[in-house]
Write a protein that binds this ligand. Structure first.
Ligand SMILES: NC(=O)c1ccc[n+]([C@@H]2O[C@H](COP(=O)([O-])OP(=O)(O)OC[C@H]3O[C@@H](n4cnc5c(N)ncnc54)[C@H](OP(=O)(O)O)[C@@H]3O)[C@@H](O)[C@H]2O)c1
Length: 314
């Protein structure tokens, strides 16, 4: 079968023929239909994650497909796959036939396209858990989302609106502003970050960006409010004036989806139902399996929209 293989950290992934996996107890074989290329895969590939499969390895933490052989899941079942060591401890999903632990497999409803089913878990459960489990969002609250065009950010905007919040979305330019749902207020970040945000005042910040953007948006959270810190693409440090911080009494709440994986799995069926009936949308861009390196490059560029997925037969 064809599989994308990585022979060393940072080395260009290559498409190779490798032996097909054989059925084993505790494992489910899945014919891959779409396999996500996400930030976590890049982190493992660069050697910056706490673990990695032995070289050479097949990357890919998430995917969707159809069950071919399993004692735990019916043959022919559409499924999504995620975690349990896939692509981090052992070979992952960027291949034609995925050998997954039974517990990594979830049921994919018919209304959800394979590409969306592959990519939904990380961004949608992160957005859901950030809003509901970590921040305890209430209807009527004002929410600011940074990186609102990103996979997590765009879903946070949609889910917060759905929960009855008043949502302000922070984007980079006018073209990105047009991608936002009409019900969201949009703020375009100018070169003077603080000036662009002057009129913004919120109960809750969902920050997916970090660095100077976080430093600029944090003062826009009302005293007594909360800020959920999700990502740090723009920078991984934040300087706090402690006196100011104590006076403002804004709770800084980290999101750690590795520790909250089970909350994500609980939310997954509801999120899939919303993706199936169109209440939620996630952009996905397909790449051929042999274009894994291009897909990794695409997700690392500013201005990309949505998730990259690898598909077979293109
Ligand atoms: N804590 C957790 O458990 C957890 C869970 C899931 C994801 N994450 C992290 O959350 C972050 C977002 O994930 P994602 O999947 O949504 O990523 P994504 O789809 O690549 O989106 C990134 C967003 O950040 C914006 N952005 C990037 N660099 C920026 C900068 N320098 N200034 C302003 N905006 C910037 C992008 O806008 P432009 O297109 O304009 O650059 C885009 O809106 C990632 O760092 C990811 O690793 C963390």
């Amino acid at each position: 079968m064809k599989a994308v293989r990585v022979h060393a950290f940072d080395a260009t992934p290559v498409l190779e023929d490798i032996p097909e996996p054989v059925p084993r107890p505790g494992r489910t074989l899945v014919r891959m239909e779409a396999a996500t290329v996400g930030h976590i895969d890049r982190t493992v590939w660069r050697g910056s994650f706490l673990k990695h499969p032995p070289f050479p390895y097949t990357p890919g933490v998430e995917a969707s497909g159809v069950v071919v052989a399993s004692a735990a899941h019916p043959e022919g079942q559409r499924v999504w796959l995620r975690g349990s060591g896939l692509g981090t401890l052992f070979d992952g999903t960027w291949c034609e036939l995925i050998d997954a632990p039974d517990e990594a497999v979830g049921l994919l409803p018919d209304g959800v396209p394979a590409a969306v089913g592959s990519a939904f878990f990380s961004p949608s459960t992160s957005a859901w858990v950030a809003l509901h489990d970590v921040a305890r969002l209430s209807a009527g609250e004002c929410v600011l989302v940074t990186g609102a065009t990103g996979a997590v950010g765009s879903l946070a905007v949609q889910l917060a609106l759905d929960a009855g919040a008043e949502v302000t979305a922070l984007v980079a330019d006018a073209a990105q502003a047009a991608w936002m749902p009409p019900a969201a207020k949009v703020v375009v970040l100018g070169s003077n970050l603080a000036a662009s945000l002057e009129s913004v005042s919120v109960d809750l910040l969902i920050d997916t960006v970090g660095g100077p953007v976080l430093a600029a948006v944090l003062p826009r959270v009302r005293p007594g409010g909360r800020a959920v810190l999700v990502g740090y693409t723009a920078g991984n440090t934040l300087t706090l004036d402690i006196a100011h911080f104590l006076q403002r009494d804004v709770s800084l709440l980290p999101l750690n989806m590795f520790r909250r994986e089970s909350a994500g799995r609980v939310a997954a069926p509801e999120l899939l139902a919303r993706l199936a009936d169109g209440r939620l949308e996630l952009d996905v861009r397909p790449f051929a399996l042999q274009d894994a390196a291009k897909a990794m490059d695409w997700i690392s560029q500013r201005g990309h929209r949505g998730r990259a997925v690898l598909v077979t037969g293109r």
